[in-house]
Design a protein around this ligand. Structure first.
Ligand code: DGI
Ligand code: FE
Ligand code: FE
Ligand code: FE
Length: 187
């Protein structure tokens, strides 16, 4: 499937405002790839697909995780964590994307993981700071992103973890491991 057809397929899966978010992540991923020496074409592709399953019924997302050997522990945590793994699965099975770097960037764009690749970092950070994002601290993340992917990502995960704590929600352990690992990378 060519890029235009892929974009049309993605657009159909989501409301207008989420499509505008996706456009913002595409633009920001490419900018970050250029800034930090990443692969702009892979960043663009991962960004296009990253939220493909975001508006699918949660039962469908759960079914993909249950029936295809994806990490079952996801099902014990917030449903917001499911669309990234389901999205990577669909990117491979439905759209034939075989590039593991692209699939991983989609798969880990919400939680991150230890030893994130450059592409993982670019897509995850673009998701936090695309122009349409407006949450307390987002301008600080954009400022940090001028010089350090890691510092900007840590600020992003700090904000997510604070948000989850304030809501009394559980934190997916991988999110904490990701933050610890990024801090260690700065030492
Ligand atoms: O899909 P997006 O809204 O663009 O962004 P995302 O894929 O980063 O999802 C973010 C949401 O996931 C945010 O509302 C917080 C929620 N979430 C719930 N539990 C966790 C979590 N995010 C992380 N990183 N870790 C969690 O444990
Ligand atoms: Fe997402
Ligand atoms: Fe294959
Ligand atoms: Fe997103």
């Amino acid at each position: 499937m060519n890029r235009e057809a892929l974009i049309a397929a993605v657009k159909e899966q989501m409301p207008e405002r989420r499509w505008l978010h996706t456009l913002g992540v595409m633009e920001t991923s490419v900018m970050l790839a250029e800034r930090f020496g990443g692969d702009a074409e892979k960043a663009d592709l991962a960004a296009i697909l990253h939220d493909y399953c975001k508006y699918w019924p949660v039962q469908e997302q759960a079914k993909i995780i249950r029936e295809n050997g994806l990490p079952q522990d996801l099902l014990d945590y917030d449903k917001e964590l499911w669309h990234s793994h389901a999205g990577a699965f669909i990117a491979h099975s439905q759209f034939g994307i075989d590039d593991e770097e692209v699939l991983d960037a989609i798969r880990y764009h919400t939680s991150g993981r230890e030893n994130m690749t450059l592409l993982d970092k670019i897509v995850c950070l673009a998701d936090y700071m695309e122009p349409g994002r407006d949450f307390p601290g987002v301008d600080n993340i954009r400022e940090l992103a001028k010089t350090s992917l890691e510092q900007a990502l840590i600020a992003g995960f700090d904000s997510t973890i604070s948000f989850l704590l304030a809501k009394g929600k559980r934190i997916y352990p991988l999110t904490v491991l990701t933050r610890n690992d990024l801090l260690q990378q700065l030492q």
